[in-house]
Design a protein around this ligand. Structure first.
Ligand SMILES: Cc1cc2nc3c(=O)[nH]c(=O)nc-3n(C[C@H](O)[C@H](O)[C@H](O)COP(=O)(O)OP(=O)(O)OC[C@H]3O[C@@H](n4cnc5c(N)ncnc54)[C@H](O)[C@@H]3O)c2cc1C
Length: 528
């Protein structure tokens, strides 16, 4: 039956009956949004007597938990080790030269339209009025060419067929064995069957499937967006990411971005919102101790009824690795590990790149450079700098720094590779530079999914949130972080007999989930 519908939809698209094919797919995927919370309107919304909750970590996960709990009358204290709110979305000032300060951040972020929970929160605060849509999703090739994904058909499955139109594959390449036995797996996302592929890297899968060379450009770009080289990226995580970002909704690869600095557009209004909910925000306050006591928890020596642990993986491991009375969790948390190092550098240059490129472009990686953002065309503050000084402001990202590469080499290669991809910048001089290298991002590497902690820890009143937490629905990166914070708040509501808050997701399974696997596929994947 499923194969029948697949063949039917492909035939319809082939015959030019796209509107009908789109409607059928939308109906099948229901329509691209499902509710994953249980809202019982008979239950009260507000907590009758305020309970003290410690939210550890002030990234998106912590913000979601604190604002959801604060709105229901909980007495929330947020403890954040850095001097700014927002975690990896945080923003801070740097002095370029005496008297000249600029805001910088952890890096340009793409806010996708299917980030249902994060977008609802932003809309409730009116934050998206300062967002603009990217004009294209473009990849710069090593050979000087470019591939554009922006104008592609956005309906799932038809968007896979459309990759052929931009030269990513030929029918002959994907209909031959072994490719045809493996490629439909991207449409079959199912968390249970997926889990079997957590021990295979995406690169290994691609070798077994003989994925066409051109198509690997699109796939590798995807893999690196999760801060992992293709040899390390888990195939299970890769399938989830494809479902979440490309095949589970019809938003396509177009996303939005703020037109002013994150501090101005996001963090200042969020701080004001938390303050209106009486959240006690304590910045520059690292949590070093967490202890379970009979009627709650002690965090840095202060008693709380409940705790939401919303740090990054490094912080979670540090805190729970030695927390008192929580020995059962130690082993699980010691397996949490960050991915490879990543690096972000902002350059203030005396020259400008060509203007017809979209504000953010991805590269077909040489050694370090993964993406380029033209900041003077995204944010007003950088545009003002260019107006006053000429030149341009660009940000370069490397999502997976090669192991052992010294920082000075990363810096030098960034600039060298930038000029290779944008030859018009030959001869440019770096006037100012803000360079960062870090290792605190969640690893989506082979073999880690099974041991990933869930929101529930098994201890009453103690919950986890963050983009590293295992959820019952597909979400990744910022949306996973925000949604997990809401789920943690919902678990506290359930404990206290309160109504849950609405949490939504892209479809829980792919269009072709449930299709019986051929013996050829099982053999190729070593699943027999
Ligand atoms: C360069 C870059 C580009 C990215 N681009 C995108 C993108 O385009 N789209 C997208 O969706 N996602 C993107 N991401 C990922 C996204 O930023 C994260 O998934 C998300 O922000 C994670 O939120 P979080 O709350 O889970 O964790 P974090 O933001 O890491 O927040 C955790 C917080 O806990 C704090 N903390 C740690 N230890 C302690 C402690 N002991 N005590 C108190 N506080 C502590 C940290 O300081 C931090 O503020 C990008 C990330 C980076 C680095």
């Amino acid at each position: 039956m499923l194969w029948f519908s697949l063949v039917g939809v492909v035939a319809m698209a082939w015959l030019g009956w796209r509107p009908l094919a789109r409607r059928m797919i939308r109906w099948k995927l229901g329509p691209y949004k499902v509710t994953v919370s249980k809202t019982d309107p008979a239950l009260p919304r507000m907590v009758p007597t305020p309970k003290k909750v410690a939210v550890i970590g002030g990234g998106l996960a912590g913000i979601a938990a604190a604002s959801t709990l604060g709105a229901r009358g909980y007495a929330v204290t947020m403890l954040e080790s850095k001097h700014y709110l927002g975690g990896k979305l945080g923003s801070w000032e740097v002095e370029l030269k005496p008297g000249s300060k600029e805001w910088v951040s952890h890096g340009f972020h793409a806010f996708f339209r299917h980030y249902y929970n994060l977008n609802r929160f932003f809309d409730s605060l009116g934050l998206r009025k300062n967002f603009r849509a990217i004009s294209d999703y473009r990849v710069l090739r090593q050979n000087g060419g470019e591939v554009s994904f922006g104008e592609l058909e956005s309906t799932p499955m038809l968007n896979l067929m459309a990759l052929r139109n931009v030269g990513m594959y030929r029918y002959a390449e994907v209909t031959k064995a072994p490719t045809r036995h493996l490629m439909t797996i991207f449409l079959e996302y199912d968390p249970v069957t997926n889990a079997r592929l957590d021990h295979m890297s995406f690169a290994e899968f691609a070798r077994r499937a003989e994925v066409p060379e051109q198509l690997m450009i699109a796939f590798n770009t995807f893999s690196r967006a999760f801060f992992a080289d293709e040899e390390l990226m888990s195939m299970a995580e890769m399938l989830k990411s494809f479902h979440t970002f490309y095949l589970g909704h019809d938003g396509g690869l177009i996303y939005d971005f703020p037109t002013k600095d994150y501090e101005e557009t996001l963090l200042k209004p969020i701080r004001a919102h938390l303050s209106s909910l009486k959240v006690d925000l304590r910045l520059s306050t690292p949590v070093n101790t967490l202890e379970r006591i009979e009627d709650g928890y002690v965090v840095n020596g202060e008693r709380f009824d409940k705790v939401v642990l919303a740090t990054d993986v490094v912080g979670a491991n540090h805190i729970l690795g030695k927390a008192g009375g929580l020995e059962k969790l130690h082993a699980q948390f010691s397996k949490l590990k960050p991915g490879q190092r990543y690096s972000v550098t902002r350059l203030w240059l005396d020259k400008q790149a060509r203007q017809e490129l979209p504000v953010f472009v991805v590269t077909e990686k040489l050694k370090v450079l993964d993406s380029i953002t033209f900041y003077d065309r995204t944010e007003d503050e950088s545009a003002a700098w260019v107006k006053a000084n000429g030149g341009s402001v660009v940000e370069l990202h490397c999502y997976a720094v090669p192991e052992g590469m010294p920082e000075e080499e990363v810096k030098a290669l960034f600039f060298e590779e930038l000029k290779k991809f944008l030859p018009e910048l030959q001869g440019a001089t770096i006037l100012h530079q803000n360079f960062r290298i870090a290792r605190d991002f969640t690893a989506y590497h082979v073999g880690l999914a099974a041991d990933r902690p869930a929101v529930e820890t098994g201890f009453p009143g103690l919950y986890c949130a963050g983009d590293w937490v295992k959820l019952d629905f597909p979400a990744m990166l910022m949306e996973a972080a925000f949604a997990s914070g809401m789920v943690a708040a919902n678990r506290i509501f359930a404990e206290d007999g309160l109504q849950e808050e609405l949490v939504e997701s892209v479809p829980l399974k792919g269009m072709l989930a449930g299709i019986p696997e051929s013996s050829a596929r099982k053999k190729l994947l070593g699943l027999t």
